[in-house]
Ligand binder design. Structure first.
Ligand SMILES: [Fe+2]
Ligand SMILES: [Fe+2]
Length: 282
């Protein structure tokens, strides 16, 4: 049962990990390969995933499905460039994907999808909007809308949306994650974890029926959260006995350094150019 079943390659991230002419940008995109399917999870901010993929020897034309973690610009900005290269394919997203996401950081500004739905459809996106969890390949699930259950995961107070001209704290209902079942347990792949990392893990266990969590990779959004949430989340992660933890993107470097100290050999940096075949044989 030790054979690798899942390969994850980081195509866009804030940092570059290997000197191969790769470009870093504030954003996230990862290629998830299973035995029978290639899934692109997000597209980064500015379309550098195309050049990075070429430099890494990754063929994006053979991607079967695009899954969008949520409607922020740093995960969606590469959609048009990718669609022009790839052409028509299914694109999974939450129905709130195109709502008016804003940030009040520095000054209020729009941080939602930088393209309209019609333009992306003209470029080949066949949107499949889902509130519900969905198995898109054998053992690979989209989380669906993640119920907010913990009392300490309240979302990022700097993020808001507009509804009928009124400003509301952005609930980011569109935050989706990927859940992959491997022989050693779940691998959870995060976009920005706006739904709360603990909520996302609990939803993964419920949706898949698998309790053992082998690993977590992606943006945890732990850096910008209150200290009480950070500490409660770290304690929860420790209780999972993770064998692989690769937080990147909105986790922020200070929090990554903290997690590296706490999780020791289970911790992995996951910048552009990193690639993980899971479960790791040991
Ligand atoms: Fe992000
Ligand atoms: Fe985000």
């Amino acid at each position: 049962m030790n054979e690798p079943v899942l390969k994850i390659t980081v195509l866009c991230e804030n940092n570059v990990g290997v000197p191969l002419g790769l470009v870093g940008e504030w954003g996230l995109a990862m290629l998830v390969e299973t035995a029978g399917m290639k899934i692109l999870f997000d597209t980064g901010e500015q379309g550098y995933l195309l050049a990075n993929a070429v430099n890494l020897g990754v063929d994006l034309k053979s991607v079967d499905t695009l899954v969008m973690s949520h409607g922020h610009y740093d995960h969606t900005g590469g959609m048009r460039a990718f669609l022009h290269l790839r052409g028509q394919l299914p694109v999974y997203a939450h129905p709130d994907f195109f709502i008016s996401h804003y940030s009040s950081l520095n000054k209020p500004h729009y941080i939602g999808v930088p393209f309209c739905k019609e333009e992306l459809e003209s470029s080949g996106a066949e949107f499949i909007f889902t509130h519900e969890p969905r198995e898109i390949a054998p053992g690979v699930w989209i989380s669906g809308e993640v119920p907010r259950k913990t009392d300490f995961e309240k979302g990022d107070s700097r993020l808001f949306c507009l509804e009928n001209g009124k400003t509301l704290l952005d609930p980011l209902h569109d935050d989706l994650s990927l859940y992959c079942i491997t022989p050693k347990g779940l691998v959870i792949i995060l976009g920005c974890a706006h739904a709360g990392l603990v909520n996302i893990v609990k939803q993964a266990q419920k949706v898949t029926g698998v309790n053992q969590v082998y690993g977590i990779i992606g943006g945890t959004h732990l850096g910008p959260t209150p200290v009480a949430q950070q500490e409660a989340t770290i304690a929860f992660l420790q209780s999972l006995k993770l064998q692989f933890l690769a937080p990147n993107h909105c986790t922020g470097l200070p929090m990554m350094a903290r997690l590296a100290g706490v999780f020791g050999p289970s911790f992995r940096f996951a910048p552009v150019g990193s690639s993980f075949t899971l479960p790791i044989n040991d």
